[in-house]
Design a protein around this ligand. Structure first.
Ligand SMILES: [Zn+2]
Ligand SMILES: [Zn+2]
Length: 242
């Protein structure tokens, strides 16, 4: 109660700031109208598997070309927004500039985009950060999102279900094969949770999906320890320009 009181006191002293540009806001909203209009929310029609938005309604089976060619270890993926110039600043502020107050807002967007996946999930698990990055960054933003989503929808989150065994190089400059190779075997299920995992559907949570290689390494570890299936829910995803 004291904390709630403190929060109200703080809110009344500090007017809310836009999560995108720090402009002061009058109403109790997360973003100013300019930042809001730059965000591309992802909505159907989508690829049934990877959640790629389609310009027009999907054909047979509702799969994109990439999923028709190769299915991922995770069954379905969904994301709330497109990762582009409109959303990048917002997400980097959350990752690096202590805008952890964005977590409940982003969780709301993700709960909507991932409603179907959340309906089937037994456990939420964040994609893990290596502890050396955790120290540098103070918090794992994926874990903050998973905990905020758990608060909204009664699916329990286990922040340390997955752990990184060794540091993986920054994946930004690597090609798809090199990325998959770099993360292979780096992510494992925490031994304390293996018994709880058997036969469960896990919903992986992360901030941004690019190639899906990290999520696939997580899925490999979870399925290897007996999870029934793995889905992926991210705040944002890249979308090919073609
Ligand atoms: Zn703004
Ligand atoms: Zn697809």
């Amino acid at each position: 109660m004291l904390r709630r009181f403190g929060r109200h006191l703080l809110d009344s002293l500090l007017p809310p700031q836009c999560l995108g540009c720090r402009e002061l806001l009058r109403a109790d909203v997360a973003l100013c109208s300019a930042c809001w209009s730059n965000i591309r929310f992802i909505a159907p029609p989508l690829c049934e598997a990877c959640g790629l938005p389609f310009a027009t309604a999907a054909g047979d089976g509702g799969l994109c070309g990439e999923c028709l060619a190769r299915r991922r270890l995770f069954e379905r993926a969904r994301a709330a927004v497109v990762y582009d110039d409109g959303s990048r600043g917002l997400i980097l502020a959350f990752k690096r500039a202590d805008r952890t107050d964005a977590a409940p807002v982003f969780a709301g967007w993700m709960a909507r985009a991932g409603a179907e996946l959340l309906g089937d999930a037994d456990i939420l698990a964040p994609v893990p950060l290596h502890w050396t990055r955790l120290l540098a960054r103070k918090y794992n933003q994926a874990a903050l999102l998973a905990l905020a989503i758990a608060r909204l929808c009664e699916v329990p989150a286990i922040p340390d279900l997955l752990v990184r065994r060794r540091k993986t190089p920054s994946l930004g400059r690597l090609g798809p094969t090199a990325r998959a190779e770099a993360v292979r075997g780096a992510i494992v299920v925490h031994p304390a949770w293996t018994a709880a995992l058997a036969g469960r559907r896990v919903l992986l949570v992360d901030d941004v999906r690019t190639t899906g290689a990290t999520a696939e390494a997580c899925a490999r570890a979870l399925l290897g320890e007996g999870a029934a299936a793995v889905d992926l829910l991210t705040l944002a995803r890249t979308v090919r320009a073609d």
